[in-house]
Design a protein around this ligand. Structure first.
Ligand code: PMP
Length: 293
């Protein structure tokens, strides 16, 4: 089973250059000092974005979340959204990447090791990793003893590197509960359940509000499938389950602990729609694709 955490090392060696603080530089030269603030304190923010057949999926929305994540950590980016947008497209052009994974990151750099962010310089880097995805597998998840960070502790809407310690502690097969024992999300993906043709998913609060989650909610509602966002505790009432995430897209979940989910009808339908949309075959959602040219 593959999640964001597992797949990246296998695809990381092949890119030629990195955009780093406004310049395109060779991969090997894109380095930071060991005393980098974010390396010590986990206060970096990043995005994972896919490019499919030369079209970037939901680039504007990813950049919106990237800049909101920076704001959550009081980062003043030296580059505005348009500059990061252009840098991503230019990097894709230079690399000739048609299918791949795009990883922008913003971090606090060499400004000393004091705890706190005042006066700390912000660096921004972008990597583009050629990758044509992986074929969706059937997941078996286990409810983890590790609870998801809660909104009282950190800003959950932000995609912060330090939060992945929470995911790593739980492990790649984990389903994490929130501090009140409701289902939150998988280690690096959101989760949905199906009951009598209706979709159920945890509401925002203790989850990363995933863009794939949002895509699925929009597709489902457009197709007349009811979507309920709320608290989920009892896993025995559902017939079907699946995870959503940029890297792993929509993955069927066949088991969580001793609960077996035999049905796959709604998941297969959504998987098909999703693949139509990202490959540009569905005119209705063309607005989500930015072509590199
Ligand atoms: N939750 C976590 C913790 C994640 O790391 C991810 C992957 N980015 C998701 C949810 C899914 O988010 P998205 O659909 O935006 O990739």
């Amino acid at each position: 089973m593959l999640y964001d955490l597992d797949i990246l090392p296998t695809i990381m060696k092949t890119s030629k250059q990195i955009w780093f603080n406004g310049e395109f530089i060779p991969w090997a030269e894109a380095q930071v000092h060991v005393m980098t603030h974010s390396l010590h304190y986990g206060d970096a923010v990043f995005e994972g974005i896919r490019v499919y057949g030369g079209a970037v999926f939901r680039l504007d929305d990813h950049l919106e979340r990237f800049f909101e994540s920076m704001k959550a950590l009081e980062m003043e980016s030296p580059y505005d959204r348009a500059q990061v947008y252009d840098a991503i497209l230019e990097l894709l052009r230079r690399e000739g990447t048609i299918d791949g994974y795009i990883r922008p990151i913003a971090f606090y750099g060499d400004g000393g090791l004091k705890v706190g962010w005042e006066g700390m310089p912000v660096s921004v880097a972008i990597g583009v990793l050629p990758w044509d995805g992986y074929s969706s597998s059937e997941l078996k998840l286990k409810v983890s003893d590790v609870r998801r960070f809660s909104p009282e502790m950190v800003k959950m809407d932000a995609k912060v590197s330090g939060y992945y310690v929470n995911s790593n502690f739980a492990g790649p097969n984990a389903l994490l509960l929130d501090s009140e024992g409701n289902v939150a999300e998988a280690a690096c993906a959101n989760i949905f359940f199906v009951q009598d043709g209706k979709l159920f998913t945890p509401s925002t609060g203790s989850i990363l509000p995933g863009l794939t989650r949002d895509t699925v909610i929009q597709i489902a509602r457009d197709e007349g499938i009811e979507v309920v966002e709320g608290n989920i505790k009892d896993l025995s009432v559902f017939q079907e389950a699946f995870t959503t995430g940029t890297a792993t897209e929509i993955c069927l979940v066949v088991e969580i602990d001793n609960h077996k989910y035999d049905s796959r009808e709604v998941t297969s339908f959504l998987q098909e729609k999703y693949s139509e949309i990202v490959s540009g075959k569905n005119q209705k959602y063309k607005k989500w694709l930015i072509y590199v040219d």
